[in-house]
Design a protein around this ligand. Structure first.
Ligand code: SF4
Ligand code: SF4
Length: 670
């Protein structure tokens, strides 16, 4: 089934992921509750980020780690790719018919369980969630809560069928049944396979984090312990590993500590009799560490390699919330999964995993303990994909053709763009220039007229480019056509110069972000770009606003490109307060934690069902704080939040400029 069909299926069956959403809510609640117990959280994050910047791709550190591991009696194998990794693992388990295994993302990337099973080797997942997912034959939805989308009723049905007897939906009974079965496998297995949360170069140790106790048993009970891991897990020392463990625990579960941290530095041994080394005293006699490269070393120090696999990014991702593991690649969930695949050269896998699903909202970066900019990574990967394979969704090809042919993404005739300005008498030249952008001009012309009335009311004489106004290139950029985007931005700045503009006032956050991020063009043309909410906020004293006596409870939705991307949070709120006499009610997720409306980055044109489903979630956030009016400052957000409504909802969606325009004092001659 193709990606778009899988997305549609997930959107239609959205209730199937209710359990996952509840579990993610629990993680976020626990993080809020426990954050005070980690007063040094920010400095820990900074330390981890710096460590990753220093260590990922460091070949000397890799050599040190190998030397230390070997010095401790481990055998070390470097597998260049999936094929050689599978051959190495096959050879290490040869002679065994049973392998007990604990959590490891790289083994999922290798499809190891299936590959070994094809060879007649039974692999038993020993983590409860992983075992449930294994029996259910479904995808894991979170690195540390793989089965959190399944209800206890579903698990009861699954286990009853598996064991051939009734297992009730009592969590104790469910847990006991799986525990007993796994204990039987642990007793007889001769090979245990684990991942590693970190490998320390100085001590030559494998660090494994877990709550259930299963990973320790996989590592300790069988005679041979195979660690399958990746080079970017190497950190300089055990101290560094402990910082990583602390952050990984908090960001994956919301807890301040995990139940177990195992440090394994070589095979078990004793020298108690005449100081002669005897290996395999109580634990394994052999420890084999297999580093799977799979394109990682060639990816250099790509940010995608900084990931510690906590899954925090997906607990906040608006796309993942709707489609779950449809978004992601084998072993790596959500946007980070598709970014990682692209970074290690597996572009087709990245596309298949949903490279085009990301709305580029940036929520994941806020959630990431290592500050990984998945959004930027995905946008770069889309561009790479286009350059290498010309690969794009057909709907996105239509969008870029439209930008080329019509100078807007909406396939609307150029002549229609400036119609909204008819009769307003706007000059073509001036120091302050209003840039309306494609979406406002063509879909929300009244908002553009409001913008002009407000600028004039603030004492400005805005100029307007009319039919010379070009698309800013924002949409082309976000769907991967960076060259086209750059051409459009250059055309815009050339027109700004010709019009004598010094300040360009923009009302669409997409245009704002696209134009304001062109530092070289701003400098060359000596032009500053501001969003209209900032511009009006600075002139609030001059604005003749009357207090609107609104019967509604008002909330404000932060557009991603305006808030998280450009840091404009306060100006719109001050304007709302000036027009309504009171602050907007805040939704639980606002400002830096604001939830995307779902329209961004080509998702609305390429996957409209997904876009609308995300918007419905956002409407729900407004309803849950009793709001009956959502104000926002973006034509895309307005459009999408309206498009998701069936007409039965009580929440109106209004552009902030329209509300401010209503509040303008209707003094004649204004
Ligand atoms: S940018 Fe937004 S949509 Fe994209 S992966 Fe991150 S959270 Fe998900
Ligand atoms: S990208 Fe960041 S938040 Fe997501 S799993 Fe990796 S470390 Fe955690």
């Amino acid at each position: 089934m193709g990606l778009q069909d899988r997305v549609r299926k997930a959107v239609e069956g959205t209730t199937e992921l209710e359990g996952m959403r509840r579990s993610f809510g629990t993680i976020l609640d626990r993080q809020r509750l426990n954050i005070g117990r980690l007063p040094d959280l920010d400095s820990r994050r900074e330390r981890l980020r710096k460590l990753k910047e220093r260590c990922v791709g460091d070949e000397d550190l890799f050599s040190d780690a190998v030397a230390s591991l070997e010095g401790n009696g481990c055998r070390v194998i470097l597998a260049k790719d999936a094929g050689s990794a599978l051959r190495a693992i096959r050879s290490e388990v040869s002679g065994s018919k049973l392998v007990v295994k604990s959590k490891s993302n790289i083994t999922k990337e290798l499809h190891l369980v299936q590959r070994l099973s094809d060879l007649g080797v039974q692999v038993i997942e020993t983590d409860l969630g992983d075992r449930i997912v294994q029996l259910a034959g479904c995808d894991a939805v979170h690195p540390t809560g793989p089965a959190c989308h399944l209800t206890r009723g579903q698990i009861s049905a699954l286990l009853s069928e598996h064991f051939g007897r009734t297992i009730s939906d009592d969590p104790d009974e469910l847990t006991a049944a799986v525990k007993e079965e796994i204990a039987g496998f642990l007793d007889v297995a001769t090979v245990g396979l684990t991942g590693a949360n970190a490998i320390t170069a100085c001590e030559g140790a494998v660090v494994i984090v877990h709550n259930e106790g299963n990973a320790a048993k996989c590592a300790m009970l069988p005679g041979k312990h195979i660690v399958v891991t990746t080079p970017e897990k190497i950190v300089p020392s055990l101290d560094d590993a402990m910082n990583l463990v602390k952050l990984q625990t908090f960001f994956s579960t919301g807890k301040v500590t995990t139940a177990y941290v195992n440090v394994i530095a070589g095979p078990s041994y004793t020298a108690d009799i005449e100081k002669k080394i005897f290996r395999g005293m109580h634990g394994p006699a052999e420890v084999v560490v297999i580093f799977v490269d799979g394109g990682r070393l060639a990816a250099g120090d790509s940010e995608s390699m900084y990931c510690i696999g906590c899954g925090s990014c997906v607990t906040r991702c608006p796309v993942y919330e709707v489609v779950g593991p449809v978004f992601g690649t084998s072993g790596h969930v959500g946007g980070q999964g598709v970014y990682l695949s692209a970074a290690r050269g597996a572009l087709s896998e990245s596309v298949e995993g949903g490279l085009q699903l990301c709305t580029s909202c940036g929520e994941c970066r806020e959630a990431c303990p290592v500050d990984i900019d998945i959004r930027k990574g995905i946008l770069n990967s889309r561009n790479e994909c286009l350059k290498q394979n010309g690969e794009m969704l057909p709907e996105h090809e239509t969008v870029t053709k439209s930008v080329r042919n019509y100078d807007n993404p909406w396939q609307m005739p150029r002549a229609r763009r400036s119609r909204w300005a008819k009769g307003l008498g706007l000059p073509g030249k001036g120091e302050v220039l209003y840039f309306a952008g494609c979406s406002t001009s063509l879909l929300h012309p009244e908002t553009a007229r409001c913008a002009v009335r407000l600028l004039r009311a603030a004492g400005e004489k805005p100029a307007y480019l009319g039919s010379s106004e070009s698309c800013c290139g924002s949409t082309a950029n976000k769907i991967g056509d960076v060259g086209l985007a750059r051409d459009k931005a250059e055309a815009c700045f050339d027109a700004f110069s010709s019009a004598g503009a010094k300040t360009v006032v923009v009302s669409c956050p997409g245009c704002y972000s696209a134009l304001d991020s062109c530092d070289d063009l701003k400098e060359r043309h000596e032009v500053q770009v501001v969003h209209i909410t900032e511009f009006l906020d600075e002139r609030l004293a001059k604005l003749p606003l009357t207090r609107l006596d609104l019967p509604e409870t008002v909330t404000y939705h932060d557009p991603c490109d305006l808030g998280r991307e450009r840091g404009v949070f306060d100006a719109p709120r001050r304007l709302i307060e000036a027009a309504t006499g009171g602050p907007a009610v805040e939704m639980e997720r606002s400002r830096l934690e604001s939830h995307c409306c779902g329209a961004g980055s080509g998702v609305k044109s390429g996957l409209p069902e997904l876009s609308v489903a995300i918007a419905r979630t956002r409407i729900g956030h407004a309803e849950s704080v009793g709001a009956d009016m959502i104000l926002t400052a973006c034509p895309w957000c307005v459009q999408n939040l309206r498009d998701c409504q069936s007409g039965k909802e009580s929440v109106k969606v209004i552009d902030l400029l329209e509300l401010l325009d209503r509040a303008l004092d209707p003094t004649p001659g204004r």
